[in-house]
Structure formats: C-alpha cells, structure tokens
Design a protein around this ligand. Structure first.
Ligand code: SAH
Length: 213
C-alpha cells in the first residue's frame, strides 16, 4: 500500500488528478484536517479511500467518512459561496460539514442531518469549535424546512430517488448534488439545478455510497 501522503500530499494529489479545481475548496481541505475526523489511531487519514465508521448487523458498512475524491467532486459541483445556506444529509464523521462551514463562512449556515444519534453526537464533539453548523438527528429525506430555502443541498448517502422535500427546500438557482443508486446497485452522483419549480440535470459522475436508511 502507498505510504500516507500527509494532508498537503492528499490535497496535491486531488489537484493532480483534476478532481480539485477551485481555490476555495483547496483552502477548506487545508484548513479542516481530515485526521481529526477519522476515528482512533487510523493511519488512513490522508489516503484517497473511505474509512468505515459503523457496521450493520450483517457486517455491511452503514457509515463511513467518504473518499476524498468523491467529497471534492461533490463540493466542486455544489459551488458554495460565502454567505450561502447549505443542507447536508448524512453527517457521519462531520468532515464534510466542517468543509462546508469553511466554504460558506461565518455569514453562511450549514444544516447537517444524521439518522443515527450516536454518530451525530460523536460528530458534534469534532464540530464543537465550528460555529455555523446546526446538527440535527432525523431522516434527511424530510430535509429541514425551518432553514429553507437552501442555496445547496448535498446528500452523502445513496438514494433511490430525489425526495420531494429536497426539491421543495432548494432555492431557485440552487444546486442539489445526490448519489442515486440504481436497482442493479450502480451509483451515479447527479447535480441538479432548480429552475423555477423544476430540477434540471447539469452533470453526473459514477460513485458508490452507503445507502440511505
Ligand atoms: N458526510 C459524511 C459521510 C456520510 S456516510 C462525512 O463527511 O463523513 C452516510 C451517512 O448517512 C451515515 O452516517 C448514515 O448513518 C447516514 N444516513 C443514512 N440514512 C440517513 C437518513 N435517512 N437521514 C440522515 N442520515 C442518514
């Protein structure tokens, strides 16, 4: 296995592969150390791989900290700006929520929803110094209308379809980035833009995520 590249090595690798393009996402990756979000003494903090956080009864992964390449591709698609409001479904480690908080800044807001209370609480400890993240426990399919409309909605677990609440809670001109898992198990991460009341597909790329529960 390749040696751990370190934080700057991870970021350089993401630039060289072409996944990382914008200075703002680069700055967020350097400011939010992924190692703080990888549990225990995992040596894999800067490798381009997901790390399992929780296993289900059948031994399947029910929560992971996502692969850096996928996180970066999704953040580039979401294109958040300072002052934006963003909804994340699937808090897990909290790494992506912290990256989003860096991107939207103190004038923005991150609402992150996790269905598993223990995972949400552990993420809360890691996010304790991040001011602009609201952490909620619940089913992210319902979104959170109280802070809508959102400039961006990012789903970090595989969905079968776009939940109506995501479309309804997205601002006109806002972006929804969602991994859609087909009936054959293949995944496609799709970017939609809301144009009036409709979602228009703007981009898609193959991906694999743990399923929504
Ligand atoms: N964004 C995370 C990775 C998400 S892994 C990170 O940066 O580390 C997917 C997460 O989605 C898991 O923790 C899982 O428990 C959660 N999840 C699954 N179904 C959900 C649902 N219906 N609502 C909210 N969270 C859900």
């Amino acid at each position: 296995m390749a040696p751990d590249p370190g934080l700057e090595g991870m970021v350089d690798g993401l630039s060289e592969s072409g996944a990382l393009r914008s200075p703002s996402v680069r700055a967020a990756l350097l400011a939010v150390d992924r190692a703080r979000f990888v549990p225990g003494d995992a040596l894999d903090a800067y490798r381009d791989a997901p790390v399992v956080l929780q296993l289900g009864p059948g031994g399947e992964a029910t929560s992971t900290i996502s692969q850096p390449t996928m996180v970066v591709l999704m953040l580039e698609e979401l294109a958040m700006q300072p002052g934006d409001r963003v909804l994340e479904v699937g808090t897990a480690s909290g790494w992506n929520a912290a990256l989003l908080a860096h991107l939207v800044g103190v004038d923005g807001l991150v609402v992150t929803i996790e269905i598993d209370e223990s995972l949400s609480e552990a993420a809360g400890e890691r996010l304790s110094e991040v001011a602009n993240v609201w952490r909620l426990v619940g089913d992210g399919r319902d979104g959170w209308p109280e802070a809508a409309p959102y400039d961006g909605i990012i789903i970090t677990a595989g969905a079968r379809e776009v939940a109506p609440a995501w479309r309804e809670q997205l601002a006109v001109g806002g972006r929804l980035v969602v991994p859609i898992t087909g009936s054959d198990g293949t995944g496609l991460c799709i970017t939609y833009e809301r144009v009036d009341g409709e979602l228009v597909e703007r981009a898609s790329t193959p991906c694999v995520f743990v399923p929504l529960r």
